[in-house]
Design a binder for this molecule. Structure first.
Ligand code: ZN
Length: 238
């Protein structure tokens, strides 16, 4: 995996701008439309993104001070905050998203090299150095830009972000080995990933953006499995 802290912080900025610009163009009716995520409207998704900025901010605070501040108080509290947030107006949500993103950016900008190396625990229970948190945030703002279902697709995300995301997802999928074995080959770049799993590996091909969407568990538009009848369905990744 070749991504750096500088890459991840740039991707946060790019994804945050993409989202903020998109939200600025939505009227109340568009805010109230469904997202691409099952059961979530766009408002749920924006509330989740704003709350996630604060949650990642808690990890940055932990790294800066040594005070143990987890991302969320509990899974129930996380869900309740998303539900409550989904009742806000579009402009209120856009403002909350922007405010939490700006606070997170200043908190990250203030971390010293030593603080970046401090260990924190994610909501999934993984112990990671704080330097992993910009990647966690970049992933959220980028992938959920597409989940907003306003016309942004994985093809609109930065070209160097896509292989970094595929590296991450294929490593996680191979580690879990709970899905089908795959050989994933991009048709428009030279990227290729092997995913460990059950059965003989199925070759899956598509342009890189479609491959990334597929690996992330999104609609596999334009993805084909030349030697198999169907593109294998994948279990959840996060
Ligand atoms: Zn998310």
């Amino acid at each position: 995996m070749s991504r750096t802290l500088v890459d991840s912080r740039r991707w946060i900025q790019q994804g945050t701008k993409l989202l903020a610009d998109t939200l600025a163009g939505l009227d109340e009716a568009s805010f109230s439309a469904p997202s691409a995520l099952p059961g979530w409207g766009r408002k749920h998704l924006v509330a989740h993104l704003a709350a996630n900025g604060e949650a990642i901010g808690n990890l940055v605070h932990w790294a800066a001070t040594g005070e143990r501040t987890p991302m969320y108080a509990s899974p129930e509290q996380r869900d309740a905050d998303i539900e409550a947030g989904s009742l806000l107006s579009g402009p209120q949500l856009a403002e909350w998203f922007k405010r939490s993103a700006m606070r997170l950016d200043s908190a990250m900008a203030a971390l010293t090299e030593r603080q970046w190396a401090a260990e924190v625990v994610t909501t999934q229970g993984r112990t990671v150095p704080a330097s992993e948190t910009p990647w966690m945030r970049a992933r959220e703002v980028m992938v959920h830009s597409a989940d907003l279902a306003t016309g942004i697709g994985f093809r609109d995300l930065p070209a160097d972000f896509l292989p970094a995301l595929c590296d991450d997802i294929t490593a996680k999928r191979s580690g879990a080995a709970s899905g089908p074995a795959l050989i994933v080959q991009a048709t428009d770049t030279r990227h290729r990933w092997d995913v460990a799993g059950t059965g003989d590996p199925v070759l899956v091909t598509a342009p890189l953006a479609a491959i990334t969407a597929y690996l992330a568990g999104r609609e596999p538009h334009g993805v084909s499995a030349p030697d198999a009848r169907d593109v294998p369905a994948l279990p959840a990744w996060l």
